[in-house]
Design a protein around this ligand. Sequence first.
Ligand code: COA
Length: 330
Amino acid sequence: MSSRSTVILGTGSYAPERILTNDDLAHMVETSDEWIRTRSGIRERRVAAPNESTSDMAVHAARRALEDAGLTAAEIDLLVVATVTPDMPMPACACLVQHKLGLPTTAACFDLNAACSGFVYALDTACAMIGSGRYRKALVVGVEKLSAVMDWQDRTTCVLFGDGAGAVVVGASSEPDLGLIGTRLGTYGDGADLLYISHGGSNAPSTAESIGRRDHCIRMKGKEVFKLAVRAMDDAARDILEQHQIRADQISLVIPHQANLRIIEAISQYLELPMERFFVNVDRYGNTSAASIPIALDEARKAGRIKPGDLTLLVAFGAGLTYGSALLRW
Ligand SMILES: CC(C)(COP(=O)(O)OP(=O)(O)OC[C@H]1O[C@@H](n2cnc3c(N)ncnc32)[C@H](O)[C@@H]1OP(=O)(O)O)[C@@H](O)C(=O)NCCC(=O)NCCS
């Protein structure tokens, strides 16, 4: 555990203006609003403008989080950007965000790729660095422009994902047992072939042929991912509760990764916690991968669903296959 408490000082989020509804998608691929709603709970998702980059969205969310925390960019000495859709492979998206936000050149800035678990991984990383005493104030951003890696002809994926950004500011507190109480992170690397982008990396650089096959886009074995997602998120939630001797009913709000309403409902059943204790916005945004939890966290806070003293559980699952949970006291 870290030597001092690390707390969330502010949150912010950003969703691109353009809304793509299920009916819009039904004009693009053979699908229907009814199929998408009943299988996933998604009604609409946001799509970034062509000239709106991942770093642009990150900057919007980060500015809002800074404002919420009452801090300026000059006070940030650490930036972790969780994303699988950086503006470009190199340099890191965090470097572009640093420049656009005007963070000090003495700030440590890097990207972290843990797919849909990215925000929980990044929060743990930033809190450990702040807890060490070597950094003072961190920005943790989860952001994705998944529309750029969507195969808009593949109905098994294109109906599920969306774009957006969420951010938090993290700092230290002398008050004990506040903020990040603990995390439980893990990986099933043997499931790497269930959710992936095969081309565009060093193993298989993009070619004219691979682009033609849209191999630079997300592919997924949905049924297998569904089963593993439920199991891993349930395990991650149970483990952390057990580790900290907390009963599920002491959690006032669970903020799960927003991939699919049925996955969230299954976890609610397994944990024997009613759906009222789960924050859900997958209907409005779809799966925004690393952005999903920080957007939900920001909306939950601003809707008054998190009060001082509350225990909140974050739980995520994503490509890798990665998973993670985090327990927060406010
Ligand atoms: C993708 C997912 C919604 C599919 O639901 P499902 O209950 O497994 O699907 P079903 O078995 O009911 O239906 C599959 C059929 O629907 C078809 N189908 C797939 N996408 C469709 C769409 N958008 N519209 C209409 N039909 C579709 C398939 O081709 C398949 O047809 P077939 O049986 O003739 O082969 C579900 O598996 C899922 O959510 N998986 C997890 C995905 C996820 O969350 N990934 C991210 C994790 S971070």
